[in-house]
Design a protein around this ligand. Structure first.
Ligand code: ADP
Ligand code: MG
Length: 240
């Protein structure tokens, strides 16, 4: 479903991604761990073309999305993304946040978009918040709305960039529960997270990204219980 080949990203002279190769199969959950500044966000942002790769290729569902002629809006419909900060539109209600892109970009009939939005709100446990504004919600609730908004586009892949790191600890569970359910439903996902317990539970595979390189890759059991590389061991000793 996702294939990244020799991906490099430079910001002027700063070489942030140094030849990333990875594959994610349909229905697989890949978790990315690694120190701050290692390139996790940049990698995710390249995969939905929020950043322009400097070199290398990315394929999603067989389509070479790094091709200059590709329709970026089409890619963004295939690839949903949830950010560290919730990024909801503050001047729109929850319902309007969720229905905006389906109506404007996908040209879904507004009535159908609203019905679908209510179904998603039920799924994330926030049916009663449809008419609220983002500022009236907790961080955990806003993040669940952000997930519902991404799902409203019916993506084939979901990318999560540290979805709980801006949320109060007591609110993280409700967000992780929603992501866990998506995993069980077979959604293909890449998740950058520091929630190691969660990573162990949902990941099919874990990669440790440090200084723009994949240092180590394996099953959660291999990476968390029996890491091989010195840098992985050191990183895990700090956060576990
Ligand atoms: P992580 O998500 O693992 O913390 P990032 O991908 O955010 O890492 O950042 C990797 C490196 O790239 C950092 O040194 C960061 O400062 C740099 N960086 C990220 N985005 C930009 C940008 N738009 N312009 C310049 N440097 C950037
Ligand atoms: Mg980041």
């Amino acid at each position: 479903m996702i294939k990244v080949v020799n991906l490099h990203k430079k910001f002027k002279h700063l070489h942030v991604l140094k030849g990333i190769n990875l594959e994610v199969k349909k229905g697989e959950v890949l978790v990315i761990i690694g120190p701050s500044g290692g390139g996790k966000s940049t990698l995710l942002r390249c995969i939905n073309r929020l950043e322009e790769p400097t070199e290398g290729e990315i394929y999603i569902d067989g389509i070479k999305i790094t091709d200059p002629s590709v329709d970026i809006n089409k890619i963004r419909q295939k690839v949903g993304m949830v950010f560290q900060l919730f990024n909801l539109f503050p001047h729109l209600t929850v319902l309007e946040n969720i229905t905006l892109a389906p109506i404007k970009v996908k040209k879904v009939d507004p009535q159908i978009a609203v019905e679908k939005a209510y179904e998603l709100l039920r799924r994330v446990g926030l049916l009663d918040k449809a008419k609220s504004y983002p500022s009236q919600l907790s961080g955990g609730q806003q993040q669940r709305i952000a997930i519902a908004r991404a799902l409203a586009m019916e993506p084939e892949v979901m990318l999560f960039d540290e979805p709980t790191s801006s949320i109060d600890p007591e609110m993280t569970k409700e967000v992780l529960d929603v992501i866990r359910e998506l995993a069980h439903e077979g959604m293909t996902m890449i998740i950058a997270t520091h929630e190691m317990g969660f990573a162990k539970e949902v990941a099919n595979r874990v990669i440790f990204l440090d200084q723009g390189r994949i240092v180590e890759e394996g099953t959660p059991k291999q990476i968390f219980e029996n890491p091989k590389e010195e840098r992985t061991i050191e990183f895990l000793s700090k956060i576990l």
